[in-house]
Design a protein around this ligand. Sequence first.
Ligand SMILES: Cc1cc2nc3c(=O)[nH]c(=O)nc-3n(C[C@H](O)[C@H](O)[C@H](O)COP(=O)(O)OP(=O)(O)OC[C@H]3O[C@@H](n4cnc5c(N)ncnc54)[C@H](O)[C@@H]3O)c2cc1C
Length: 678
Amino acid sequence: METKQIANKNVTFHNYNTVIVGSGAAGINCGVHLYEFMERKGINNPQDRIVVVTAGLGLGASRMSGSDKQTYYKMGTSPDVADSAEEFAKSLTAAGCCHGDTALIEAIVSLREFYHLVQVGVAFPTDTTGIFIGYKTDHDPYERATSAGPKTSKFMSEALQRQLQRYGVRIIDNQEVAHLLTTGSGSDRRIAGVVTIDRTSINKSNYAMNVYLGENIVLAAGGPGELYKTSVYPKGQLGIHGLAFKAGLIGANLTESQFGLASIKFRWNVSGTYMQAIPRIFSIDAEGKDEKEFLTGFFPTMSKMATDIFLKGYQWPFDPQRIENLQSSLIDILVFNETQKGRRVFMDFLHNPVDRAGMKEFAVDDLEPEAKGYLQKAGALQKTPIERLAHMNTPAIEIYKENGIDLYSEPLEIAVCAQHNNGGFAVDKWWQSNIPHTFVIGEMAGTHGVKRPGGSALNSGQTGGLRAAEYIINAYGCELPDYSGKKADIEKQLSQLIGRIETYKSSSGLTAEEVLEEVRSRMTASGGHIRELNDAQKALKYAIELYKSIQQKGFNSKDATALITAIQAEHLALTSVAYLKAIVELLKQGSGSRGSHLVLAKDGIEIHPDVIDKATNKPLKFKPENKSLRDSILHIEYDQSSPDLFRCETIKLRPAPTERKAFEPAWKDYREGKIYNS
Ligand SMILES: Cc1cc2nc3c(=O)[nH]c(=O)nc-3n(C[C@H](O)[C@H](O)[C@H](O)COP(=O)(O)OP(=O)(O)OC[C@H]3O[C@@H](n4cnc5c(N)ncnc54)[C@H](O)[C@@H]3O)c2cc1C
């Protein structure tokens, strides 16, 4: 550790072999594996060579998010149903835009990482013979899913953290990333370190700056949760996408955000048993009056409507391919429609769905076979939704109780929320980014395609952490970095950053909270689950104007305490430009409705005869998916000289490796480290 004066500011430098940004399930797991690989190499005191820096140990999706039984998707562990990595990979790549190599690796590594979690103490349930019991989730044809309850990812992070702390690896909390230090250009470009502001050090006039230099950098800062206004990401989950773009990382599949029904007072997904209990869904006006059974008018029978509510349990994300002919994603559209009218929508677990004139009363016996069979098998034939939910999953009720909501006495407000990004930053089969020595894992990595089976995000995060750690130790080694030859370059960037932060105190600057609010509102309105080219183009134009205006005017932060919000507003504004640029580009390619977003088109397919376009007073229509784009991925890269600040490129998919070597030659390659050469 060394402290230097740069631009009249004390800056403290720390040196590590690997710096991990983010303490979610992905980042911490990578730290655990790095330690273990270093130890296996005979390195003394590996804990002194690895560090995790994070804005908040208790923050992020892993620690704060979940659902009725938060899912971990792994290869099947049933004793009588055979599964294979190739079959698993096919489920990941089924809807396209997903590299074959990373999908196969996520499959191959899945059980290794699942058992690793079991070993560090995550209580995944077994039966008396030790079978890890599986169930079915969205986009999952097998029963590969398992769960440790509503808080699976929290338990994962905590168990991994305990392991990391047993190893003595330091987690440095309250470090807000303000910049990624870069050196060199072209193939010599590196991210040399991470610059943070210590959140605990900030007072009215000053703040402390740290620089974590690393031979290797692992970015695990999660998704850009704060990008959307209507969101189930935990509050305060910012991510560092804007900073990563500026450092030169290439984004992939950014257009593929996932949206779905979630509670908004306490941010939580209402998937699985919340829907399978089949609650009544109703709306009220802004004054809390005029209660309406708004769904009933769109369904011919109670059986169809109640079955669709049930199916939302494991067809949870909004899916434009499940709208036509009264399929389950029509529910999301109708909920969204209702909220667009300024009304509020609730799930009521005390009552069954209420019929309208001409409809039969709700009865489990009248449900369509899939729903009826499931409830019968689960023994969930109680009279009311809350009784059925209590029978199937009491922890799902308790999690709301812990957060001040009693489902026995109050309805649950819901909306169609942003919850995950299948895209992120492009990585190779070792989760290395386009910049050598920089790895991207967890939700920040863009390894998912257009659709992913529910639960595969957590598997992907663990896989990425293992792969990055293995490659770092075996291909790049365990030494500390030496940036003495880059001192001038590094200090210049730090001076510029400190100068830039000074402009955040300009009296004529923008207000950071207002910038954040503008970004979020625009993304929810124009980059959410319903998209249209003209609208997205306008949104992109305004997003670029906002970012340029931040560059010119800075912020009007009165003192150092507001610095963090200003830093966040600047990089989130750039992130929103990237997302909108990718959305516009994909719409221009004629992508149509896919994944978790619907594209409006005058000459498209009718959503429902009674879902009306206000502008034309005719039924709203959507463009079906252009399946010819399934074998490509949209890349996006920051380019200051481009009018839109970013440029896009469509790349072909990498296939899954098919070569299978005999044991002896494969063993030789492994012994000689040749497996890290390609
Ligand atoms: C409601 C909900 C339900 C979900 N359910 C499932 C599910 O059932 N199954 C599944 O597989 N996935 C699910 N997901 C997705 C999954 O939880 C996330 O993708 C995963 O937890 C991300 O892990 P991560 O380690 O990459 O990032 P996170 O857990 O989000 O951690 C990010 C870390 O980076 C830090 N950080 C962020 N920004 C900054 C910054 N600017 N400076 C410094 N540090 C920063 C944070 O403090 C945090 O430590 C769900 C997500 C949500 C929101």
